[in-house]
Design a protein around this ligand. Structure first.
Ligand SMILES: Nc1ncnc2c1ncn2[C@@H]1O[C@H](COP(=O)(O)OP(=O)(O)O)[C@@H](O)[C@H]1O
Ligand SMILES: O=C(O)[C@H](O)[C@@H](O)[C@H](O)[C@H](O)COP(=O)(O)O
Length: 201
């Protein structure tokens, strides 16, 4: 195993092993942690919808896909290959946060949430988030996007997505590499988000 840096995000990134306790749970206040909304984030094509849906099912939570909350003109803009700006994104983030706040139980949100200010915007409505950050290199993201040709998001927008990306850091973040089987990523995210403890595993 490679040497660990002291930064919390780095400790968590090594499969969460450093923090995981013997029962598979994490040493956070269990009540508060297991009630938090879960944000599955990353640039386009990293697997937010795929992982987010499966994670929500594993946690018994509702899944909200941020793609469903874009205004039609924002979708048209992305289809044309024009990136969204902050001005497009604020109201979109507020719609997502309102919808997540309205679900009766826990919510898993699949949303790019590329900049820190966007995550703060969600937190302002939802409280502290449990963040699953899907990380992959440009070439892999491009290949994954090529595999879903009917999506509104064109591959020409990959560079602007990486340009806007401000990787999240801290103890609330699981940084997970997308070059792994979906089931492995979901299992790791589920343990991180409190699913293992919840199921009594
Ligand atoms: N870990 C993975 N391994 C292989 N394929 C994946 C993985 N995660 C997602 N995919 C595939 O990559 C594509 C993009 O995933 P998607 O969930 O649509 O990403 P996003 O919602 O972030 O845009 C989909 O075709 C999906 O099936
Ligand atoms: O903030 C943005 O620039 C957009 O919201 C953008 O992130 C878009 O929503 C998705 O990334 C496209 O859909 P996928 O993430 O599913 O590719």
């Amino acid at each position: 195993m490679r040497a660990l840096r002291s930064e919390p995000e780095q400790r968590i990134s090594v499969q969460g092993r450093q923090w995981m306790q013997q029962d598979g749970s994490y040493p956070h206040d269990p009540g508060a942690w297991s009630a938090r909304s879960v944000l599955v984030m990353g640039v386009c094509g990293t697997g937010k919808s795929t992982i987010g849906k499966a994670l929500a099912e594993a946690l018994g939570a509702a899944f909200l896909d941020a793609d469903d909350y874009h205004a039609p003109d924002a979708v048209a803009r992305m289809r044309r290959g024009e990136p969204l700006t902050d001005a497009h994104r604020w109201a979109w983030l507020d719609r997502i946060a309102d919808a997540a706040a309205a679900v009766p139980g826990r919510a898993v949100i699949g949303c790019s949430a590329l900049k820190r200010a966007y995550r703060d915007r969600l937190s302002a409505r939802l409280g502290p988030l449990c963040i699953v950050y899907l990380h992959g290199d440009r070439a892999l993201v491009s290949r994954r996007m090529a595999g879903r040709p009917d999506h509104f998001m064109p591959r020409s927008l990959i560079d602007s997505q990486f340009g806007d990306l401000e990787p999240p850091r801290g103890a609330d973040v699981l940084r997970t590499d997308i070059d792994r089987p979906i089931s492995d990523i979901v299992a790791e995210a589920c343990a991180f988000a409190g699913g293992a403890a919840r199921r009594g595993a």
